[in-house]
Design a protein around this ligand. Structure first.
Ligand code: MF3
Ligand code: CO
Ligand code: CO
Length: 277
């Protein structure tokens, strides 16, 4: 794998790892903030009786009102601003007429483009009263993501991130989805390198200051096996057991990591709930 300066690299997925300058960090901070604020806005709306397409409508308006574009609209034929992944849906759930019900857990994933920069983040929302095992899965997934993020600094490796996530999740008797991964991000939505959520310490590429990517582990209560539904998007667990996910967009700094998608409203919690605000 080759590392190149993003400032002079073509703004496409070339397979090289782009290293970004301070100006790019300014752009990503702003894009990440809009994405995170959109998820904050949805906290009070994600409640019993609301459809996932209504959440999508609210997200689209919010993103456009903030001078950004929804990155997923027209992305490989996708037509929505957010993905809404309920219960045993692992990721890429399509908003539609499904009404949220008490006991549902739903991941909402939004990606915005602001001045050319991508902010990509997702969180879990707890709808109404929850079963203990749903809460436990969300807690574990949140912690797994943060353990991955806390492993990031120049000189650490991609394997260190994956190992931090996998060893914790499996230690809690959960499984890590292998079929989807985090990704380099910047002016390109899904760029090199792939960020696997499993791995071995010290293995894989070394992290360098200026890299930008997502950490977005999908953790299952049952087996890690997934399948894609007929719609070509919705990924579900084969055993229909619950799945959860969190995602942040981050940049590698001189001495650690900067999270671009921190919640401006303090909703960076294991599970947001409309009942709490
Ligand atoms: N936001 C997702 C990610 O984390 C990608 C969704 S692509 C879509 O990478 F087309 F399904 F929206
Ligand atoms: Co992503
Ligand atoms: Co995402």
């Amino acid at each position: 794998m080759k590392y190149v300066s993003a400032a002079t690299a073509p703004p496409t997925k070339t397979g090289d790892v782009k290293l970004y300058d301070a100006e790019a960090f300014v752009g990503m901070r702003a894009a990440g903030r809009v994405a995170a604020a959109c998820l904050d806005m949805l906290v009070e709306h994600a409640r019993e009786g609301v459809t996932t397409q209504e959440l999508d409508r609210l997200a689209r308006i919010f993103v456009l009102d903030h001078g950004a574009l929804p990155a997923c609209v027209f992305y490989r034929g996708y037509a929505h601003t957010i993905c809404t992944s309920l219960n045993h849906v692992v990721c890429h759930g399509i908003p539609g007429p499904r009404v949220l019900r008490a006991g549902d857990i739903v991941n909402i994933d939004v990606t915005v483009i602001l001045n050319g920069w991508h902010g990509d983040t997702s969180r879990m929302y707890a709808i109404g009263e929850q079963k203990r095992r749903s809460m436990r899965l969300m807690d574990i997934t949140f912690e797994a993501m943060w353990r991955g993020i806390r492993a990031i600094k120049p000189g650490a490796t991609l394997g260190d991130i994956g190992h931090a996530i996998q060893s914790y999740a499996e230690g809690e008797r959960c499984s890590v989805v292998r079929d989807f991964c985090g990704h380099g991000v910047g002016r390109v939505f899904h760029d090199a390198p792939n960020i696997l959520h499993f791995g071995k310490p010290g293995k894989g590429e070394a992290l360098r200051e200026g890299m930008m990517f997502t950490v977005e582990p999908m953790i299952n209560l049952g087996s890690p096996a997934v399948k894609i539904l007929q719609d070509g998007w919705t990924a579900v667990t084969k055993d229909k057991a619950l799945s959860a996910q969190y995602e942040h967009t981050v940049g590698v700094t001189a001495d650690g990591v900067e999270v671009f998608t921190v919640s401006p409203g303090g909703h960076d919690t294991p599970h947001a709930s409309a009942a709490m605000i």
